[in-house]
Write a protein that binds this ligand. Structure first.
Ligand SMILES: Cc1cc2nc3c(=O)[nH]c(=O)nc-3n(C[C@H](O)[C@H](O)[C@H](O)COP(=O)(O)OP(=O)(O)OC[C@H]3O[C@@H](n4cnc5c(N)ncnc54)[C@H](O)[C@@H]3O)c2cc1C
Ligand code: SF4
Length: 474
């Protein structure tokens, strides 16, 4: 028998339709999957993340065996060792690999002499993005999104956007509903590890949850971890689901009249807009981007994040309980509570990125770094977001039910019971007034901060809050 070529599949490319594997056949190719011990041991990953990755790889190996492939699923000390041992045992003429999803892995496969095949895992390949971005000075997500809509044809009626508008965000920022808070169907609370299971989760989302996706997209509730979010990010990031099939399914429900346009558009915007934008942002700006610290934020990661100290901030404790339980919370707790706290407290961006990356099941460098450094902490000086997502207790109170049972008072910025978010928000504006007063989206808030009669009191309380945050006493 002539020797087979090898297709090396990384653990976040678990789909037979992706790149090199899409053209592989059992008669001509063997598939290599490597579970690398150094990667698993390298960080204090969330146990759910380790279980999800290892089981998903095992399940994919069996799926490929059932399809007739010779599969070498190797447990090795490192990726490099795994490939070396595979080559020694099977002597493949060529090792094909689909462009990996990180700089480090791309460097590795090139060094190891693999034949790299272009990836189709995302809808907009970086070469296509670069043609669009060209020499533009800035490239806004909204412009990219509309270009994607037209190019890919999602929710288009001829040249016009379906429903007559490109954007229904105004309808999608409603407060949490007063009645019927239990009306969102509960997703299965164990992560799916196979493509079949992931497809079932997609079906559940599209048929049961999607009609309600839009209006309360930004709401947070202490006793409801999912609301009307899809909870599909881990499957998209592992390759178990592909972005086109997810969007096709959502569009089909809209066209069948079962889903309103604001929900369909709101969801498709996340996938073909934000997700693809972030992916391309990564390739355009990394690796230097990860070490940016534009606001010169120096505080060490406070112990509350790592679970080494309890907190009386009800929003933070409730969200961290959810993160510990399943390694996932939706976008607004990530951005407007955890990220916001790190931003206004001045937590070092690299330490916060690392903690987020360790703590979430859907984390990967390409998605975590731009979301934390750019969107959340403004550590890139505004390359991604034109203003920092800083907010006080009033915002959290409007969009959640945390504040009513909290020992702090979200309306107060000074005094022992002042809400730490409210104090630190005003202090943040004062600290960075020179930088943000010229920003048209921030100047009103900065000027309001500069007119505060109790600015000294705010500064004093803020330094006390920061000291206690550092000591794990707040
Ligand atoms: C500080 C911070 C860190 C984040 N870290 C991650 C991460 O490590 N992994 C990750 O997948 N997402 C990350 N996100 C983006 C977003 O919060 C999650 O994708 C989303 O909450 C996942 O839940 P869902 O599947 O229910 O999403 P939905 O609300 O149902 O949205 C649908 C899909 O859109 C995509 N999406 C939406 N927003 C973004 C975004 N900003 N960036 C990339 N994809 C997006 C996701 O694939 C998501 O599954 C982060 C956001 C912030 C603010
Ligand atoms: S009062 Fe402040 S700390 Fe307490 S839940 Fe509200 S925002 Fe969070």
């Amino acid at each position: 028998m002539t020797s087979l070529d090898t297709v090396w599949v990384f653990g976040d490319q678990l789909n037979r339709a992706i790149g090199a594997l899409s053209v592989a056949r059992p008669t001509t190719h063997r598939v290599l999957l490597i579970t690398a011990a150094d990667k698993i041991a390298s960080r204090p990953w969330h146990p759910a993340r380790v279980a999800l990755y290892t089981r998903a790889i095992e399940a994919f190996a069996s799926e490929l065996r059932d399809a007739g492939f010779n599969v070498d699923h190797r447990h090795a000390a490192s990726m490099r060792d795994g490939l070396t041992a595979h080559r020694a045992e099977f002597s493949p003429a060529s090792v094909f690999v689909t462009e990996p999803n990180s700089f480090t892995a791309r460097r590795l496969v090139t060094e190891l002499g693999c034949e790299v095949v272009e990836s189709n895992q995302f809808l907009c390949h970086p070469t296509v993005f670069n043609e669009w971005a060209g020499s533009r000075k800035g490239f806004k997500m909204e412009d990219f999104y509309r270009w994607q809509r037209k190019r890919l044809g999602y929710l288009m009626d001829g040249d016009a956007p379906a429903g007559g508008e490109w954007n229904f965000d105004e309808q999608n920022r409603e407060r949490p509903p007063k009645e019927g808070r239990d009306r969102w169907p509960v997703p299965v609370d164990i992560w799916a590890t196979t493509r079949d299971e992931a497809l079932q989760r997609l079906e559940f989302f599209v048929t049961r949850v999607l009609p309600m996706f839009g209006p309360h997209e930004d709401a947070m509730l202490a006793d409801n971890w999912h609301l009307a979010h899809s909870v599909l990010s881990p499957y998209l990031n592992l390759g178990l689901l592909l972005p086109a099939e997810v969007c096709d399914r959502v569009e089909a429900e809209y066209r069948a009249g079962r889903v309103p346009i604001n929900s369909a558009e709101g969801f498709i915007r996340q996938v073909i807009g934000w997700r693809e934008y972030v992916w391309n942002f990564y390739w355009r700006h990394m690796p230097d981007y990860a070490s940016l610290n534009h606001l010169d934020a120096r505080m060490d990661l406070p112990p509350v994040f790592t679970g080494d100290a309890p907190t009386q901030m009800r929003c933070v404790s409730s969200i961290l309980d959810d993160v510990r339980a399943r390694g996932w919370v939706h976008h607004i707790p990530r951005l407007m509570v955890l990220g916001n706290l790190a931003l206004i407290a001045g937590v070092n961006p690299q330490q916060f990125t690392r903690w987020m990356w360790d703590s979430f099941v859907d984390a990967a460098e390409w998605v975590m770094v731009p979301n934390v450094i750019g969107m959340s902490l403004h550590a890139d000086g505004g390359k991604m977001a034109s203003k920092p997502y800083a907010a006080g207790g009033a915002y959290i109170d409007r969009m959640s039910d945390y504040c009513k049972d909290c020992s702090f008072d979200r309306t107060k910025r000074v005094g022992e019971d002042a809400c730490p978010f409210t104090t630190l928000y005003w202090d943040f504006l004062l600290r960075h007034a020179d930088r943000f007063v010229k920003n048209p989206r921030m100047s009103t808030q900065v000027r309001a901060a500069q007119k505060l009669g109790d600015a000294e009191g705010v500064r004093h309380r803020a330094s006390d809050v920061l000291r206690r945050l550092h000591l794990g006493q707040i």
